[in-house]
Design a protein around this ligand. Structure first.
Ligand code: FES
Length: 147
């Protein structure tokens, strides 16, 4: 086109290429099922850490708190004095954000329910919540969640 130099075309091509690459990344992120690494499609950071004392709900065994990883909804469950579990709150049914419901989880979209272990227990039939590996440093009170 007249008035548009090769550099502008090159910039547009780079922009389009980058945009397509981003779209593919998003598509891959959202299309991976709950079985891919057990993370419900989470492709965020390799790990993140939270200070447990910042989440009063985690003070007692059985407590559940939302400890999101970037923009990804994640829940931590205190399973013992020095042990924790962590789950993706991306519903394995159709991807809604699962909520904490007392000592368990419930998806607001179609009603799937999950125990504090992440196991599907009723409502809309689906698979269990994706789980993360956790490690806890009792000395520092830091919970590390790995994907
Ligand atoms: S998206 Fe969660 S039950 Fe359908």
């Amino acid at each position: 086109m007249a008035g548009r130099g090769g550099e502008a075309v090159s910039d547009r091509r780079e922009f389009i290429t980058a945009s397509v690459a981003s779209a593919v990344t998003v598509l891959l992120t959202t299309s991976c099922g709950g079985s891919a690494g057990g993370l419900g499609g989470v492709t965020g950071p390799v790990s993140f850490s939270v200070q447990v004392s910042s989440y009063p709900a985690l003070a007692n065994v059985g407590g559940i708190a939302r400890v999101d990883m970037g923009g990804t909804p994640v829940a931590a469950v205190r399973t013992g004095a020095d042990t924790f579990a962590a789950f993706s709150l991306i519903c394995p049914h159709r991807g809604c954000t699962v909520g904490i419901n007392g000592s368990a989880f419930r998806c607001p979209c179609h009603g799937a329910m999950f125990a504090s272990t992440g196991t599907w227990i009723g409502g809309q039939r689906t698979t269990n919540l994706g789980s993360f590996t956790t490690s806890y440093d009792a000395t520092t009170g830091v919970l590390t969640i790995l994907n």
